[in-house]
Design a protein. Structure first.
Lengths: 111, 110
């Protein structure tokens, strides 16, 4: 069966510090991978998606970036965090452009 | 632009009642719909899906109804339990990615 992992589970970072969130998927090959952000009490905002290694599509221009160095690894990064980057970050995978399955999420607080 | 939205932000029910959560969509090209459940502090969990060539699909205690005429989607939960308390999202796909609604919080009282 397929599983998706995210780490860390929680993170508190100062403004201006770098960020690296990691997502890995097991039990499937060549998945579509997605990064979402969810602000408190809000819906899901798609940040990036990838249909293959090295292929990244950005949905929202901002100070975040994503990379996919391996088939089942998706990384969300920032060189300098802003207060507005606080939120719940979710990684998801899908075998096609239909159903997506989500990871447990990372709670990021920028102080 | 096209969007997916929910009618009720919060729904409170008693344990054992049936719950109905509604969702309106505006993209007539949408051909696949999903309901997710998200418990506090966790990632969304897939509940049930339906394709546009169907108008009803049943799972365990859950039923999704699709009315393409009025672009309406609903999730029915039978015999609601306290463990069903969560935020429920509908999502649609007609293009390359899913579009999510803002969510409805379901509160189940014992």
């Amino acid at each position: 069966s397929q599983t998706i992992h995210q780490w860390p589970a929680t993170l508190v970072q100062p403004v201006g510090s770098p960020l690296s969130l990691e997502c890995t998927v097991e039990g499937t090959s060549n998945p579509n991978l997605y990064w979402y952000r969810q602000a408190a009490g809000r819906g899901l905002q798609l940040l990036f998606y990838s249909v293959g290694i090295g292929q990244i599509s950005s949905e929202v221009p901002q100070n975040l970036s994503a990379s996919r160095p391996q088939d089942r690894q998706f990384i969300l990064s920032s060189k300098k965090l802003l207060l507005s980057d606080s939120g719940f970050y979710l990684c998801a995978w899908g075998a096609s452009t239909d159903t997506q399955y989500f990871g447990p999420g990372t709670r990021l607080t920028v102080l | 632009g096209e969007s997916v939205g929910l009618h009720l932000p919060t729904l409170s029910v008693q344990e054992g009642d049936n719950s109905i959560i509604n969702c309106a969509y505006s993209n007539s090209a949408s051909d696949y719909f999903i309901w997710y459940k998200q418990e506090s502090g966790k990632g969304p969990q897939f509940i049930i899906d339906i394709r546009s060539n169907m108008d009803k699909r049943q799972g365990q205690r859950v039923t999704v109804l699709l009315n393409k005429t009025v672009k309406h989607l609903s999730l029915q939960i039978a015999a609601t339990q306290p463990g069903d308390s969560a935020v429920y999202f509908c999502a649609e796909t007609g293009y390359s990615t899913l579009t999510f609604g803002k969510g409805t919080m379901l509160l189940v009282s014992p």
